[in-house]
Design a protein around this ligand. Structure first.
Ligand code: MEV
Length: 313
């Protein structure tokens, strides 16, 4: 049995693909779990996959080679360099909504990698797990920054910048987030590709957006390290405004962030790729139920309240 949490990008999405820093936190309330049992009498390499949340019940051999789970199992076999895997049955369950900006794809990769390596009794250090999960992200998402697989692998708040050593964040005071889904699915790969096109057409304007985001992410880090949630909320609002300018918000995301602010959120923004998917609202703990109700009323789906715990080391 292995699992991996959901994630939320607190600030810096999209710009992070262009080597600006970003901050992400694990959301332990939602997770993907994988249970593996030997499949007695089936030939080596056979895998039976049950994933009721996505209505999948199939033999590995019946999946197209481009299916994310085929890609993942092939990658594991080539990394282990010991031929076909011993036959097993794998049950994947998840409370992370798909295509919502909460990292469901990366969480499946991380949980399956953990479960299979444990099943074949091979140690899998976190650094290697993260590299393998990133390889899968690259196959599916084109040009991912690597932040999603990183925060999910380490299950700790991260300050992430491509090409720089990973930094874990200190969080002075716990904080409350209201997470909500816009009900509009969106494919990260498509939105990232659209931003790339826009950046190619207007490199200076986009570089300026990315620089402004880098600066606010650094200020958000300082706000987290001092526990200044008022400042953090303002920075989240500012980040949403820049994401609107970059072109990744949508009318429903704008309506919902506005509804959260009117209900008393300290700040609110889309989180993840945008266009649809998820948003986050920073809240005082006692205001969170009111904000959650306002979001539901404004049309949000799967609204939940979560606390990001303090981290002192
Ligand atoms: C997706 O969770 C975050 C993006 O910045 C893409 C990435 O970092 O790979 C939109």
């Amino acid at each position: 049995m292995a699992s991996a949490p959901a994630k939320a990008i607190l600030c810096g999405e999209h710009a992070v693909v262009y080597s600006s820093p970003a901050i992400a936190v694990p959301i332990t309330q939602a997770k993907t779990s994988v249970r593996i049992q030997p499949w007695i009498q089936a030939p080596s390499g056979s895998v039976w996959i049950d994933a009721p949340d996505i209505h999948l019940s199939t033999a590995r051999s019946d999946l197209p080679p481009t299916h994310p789970l085929s890609v993942l199992l092939n990658l594991i076999e080539s990394d282990l360099r010991r031929g076909p895997l011993p036959a097993f049955r794998m049950k994947i369950t998840s409370t992370i909504p798909v295509a919502s900006g909460l990292g469901s794809g990366a969480a499946v990769s991380v949980a399956v990698l953990r479960a299979v390596y444990a099943f074949v009794s091979r140690p899998l250090p976190l650094e290697r797990l993260n590299e393998l999960a990133y390889q899968v992200e690259k196959i599916h998402h084109g040009t991912p920054s690597g932040i999603d697989n990183t925060v999910i692998t380490y299950a700790r708040p991260v300050f992430f910048q491509r090409g720089h050593p990973l930094q874990f964040l200190r969080i002075a005071q716990p904080f409350t987030l209201v997470l909500a889904n816009s009900g509009q699915p969106s494919r990260t790969a498509d939105v990232v590709a659209d931003v790339r096109r826009a950046w190619q057409e207007n490199p200076e304007t986009y570089q300026d957006y990315f620089n402004q985001i880098a600066s606010l992410v650094n200020r958000a880090r300082a706000a987290l390290e001092t526990g200044d949630h008022t400042a953090l909320g303002q920075l989240l609002d500012h980040n949403h405004a820049l994401l609107q300018q970059i072109g990744v918000s949508s009318p429903i995301l704008d309506t919902l962030t506005q509804a959260a602010r009117q209900a008393g959120a300290l700040g609110a923004k889309l989180s993840g790729a945008g266009r649809g998917g998820n948003l986050i609202a920073l809240s005082q703990p006692e205001r969170a139920p009111e904000i959650a109700a306002a979001l539901t009323q404004a049309g949000a789906k799967n609204v939940f309240i979560t606390t990001v715990e303090a981290v002192h080391e």
